[in-house]
Design a protein around this ligand. Structure first.
Ligand code: ADP
Length: 323
């Protein structure tokens, strides 16, 4: 391996830049070249290639977003699209690929690697933390901190006006942000896709909170929650809690931005260096992860298909602590 293509794809996450820096600098350190591919898989099809040198990744460790840009690319979902991408990589003398993204990105990477017998290594970059085989994904910690900061602020105004807030956070299939955001910000309840909460239970949690302080309540709702999201729940409880002024806040894309936390920077740095080491060690079709503090290699198929899973015990903690 001499020249490594590097791209960021799918949903962006704070800390992706740290991974770009780490991949580039580790590769350079080991005498390998890195070619930055812009706009994810679209850049492979459009030949958007540019060599990355050490100076190109200076001063990006602390920046959110991704200097390589991210995009969704429908053409890469076709065999023809992936063949075109492969021909372009060969023409540019790129002989391995590092992709930074989420499960969609790894699904595409797995197909591409198999069809063209091409070495691809993945780095988990998604705020949702929904990849199996790594304790954390790049961007999750930063997003979680953003959520806690926002919920704290909403709590101030909720208390001042005796309001009940349903706050919707990101997480299409995973409730990690809602669950741990709820624990860290001291919410009354969390509603997540993995373990549904019944309306009766929610009512009793809220009634508890009301008895306790009679001033405000916060419920965190994951966007992928099965009962129709924050607005739906707000409408349902309005009738049952006439003393509360019920409001909804959708945190939205604010969760994707901002300066990456120290944890995300360290994670990105370790995973980026780990990706280069794995390629030098002839590894392919694996995601680099960290489990219990150690770098691990997880086959793409496992990282995508297996569920990290939320434990009932974690959900119970919200209940116990809001009692
Ligand atoms: P994420 O990586 O954050 O989950 P997406 O699901 O949008 O983001 O996937 C990013 C890109 O990966 C897509 O735009 C597409 O180019 C590629 N991709 C996703 N799913 C597939 C698939 N089933 N086959 C091939 N490529 C895919």
């Amino acid at each position: 391996i001499k020249r490594i293509g590097l791209l960021t794809s799918g949903g962006d996450a704070p800390g992706m830049n740290g991974a770009i820096r780490a991949v580039t600098r580790s590769a350079n350190y080991h005498g390998l070249e890195v070619v930055g591919i812009s706009h994810g898989y679209r850049g492979m099809i459009n030949k958007a290639f540019k060599t990355l040198e050490s100076k190109d990744v200076s001063n990006i460790l602390q920046q959110g977003g991704t200097i390589l840009k991210s995009a969704r690319c429908m053409e890469f979902k076709t065999i023809e699209g992936r063949k075109k991408a492969y021909d372009n990589l060969i023409e540019a003398k790129i002989d391995a690929l590092v992709v930074i993204g989420g499960d969609g990105t790894f699904t595409g990477a797995g197909l591409f690697a198999k069809e063209h017998n091409f070495p691809v290594v993945g780095i988990p970059g998604t705020i949702d933390n929904d990849l199996y085989g790594t304790d954390f994904t790049i961007g999750y910690d930063t997003a979680l901190n953003t959520i806690v900061d926002c919920v704290d602020k909403i709590k101030d105004t909720a208390t001042a006006h005796e309001r009940l807030f349903f706050i919707e956070v990101m997480g299409r299939d995973a409730g990690f942000l809602a669950l741990n955001g709820g624990i860290a910000a001291g919410s009354e309840a969390v509603l997540i896709p993995e373990i549904p909460t019944s309306y009766a239970d929610l009512k009793s949690y809220l009634a508890n909170g009301y008895r306790k302080s009679k001033n405000s309540s916060i419920v965190l709702v994951a966007e992928g929650e099965k009962e129709g999201g924050a607005f739906n729940w707000a409408k349902r409880v309005e009738k049952d809690f006439p003393d509360y002024d019920v409001r909804v806040t959708i945190l939205g894309h604010i969760q994707r931005g901002g300066t990456p936390s120290a944890s995300d920077r360290i994670l990105a740095s370790r995973l980026g260096a780990g990706a280069i080491e794995a390629l030098m060690d002839d590894q392919k079709s694996i995601m680099i992860g960290i489990e219990n503090g150690e770098i691990v290699h997880v086959p793409f198929t496992k990282a995508i298909k297996n569920q990290k899973g939320v434990k009932q015990q974690q959900l119970d903690l919200v209940k116990i602590l809001s009692n």
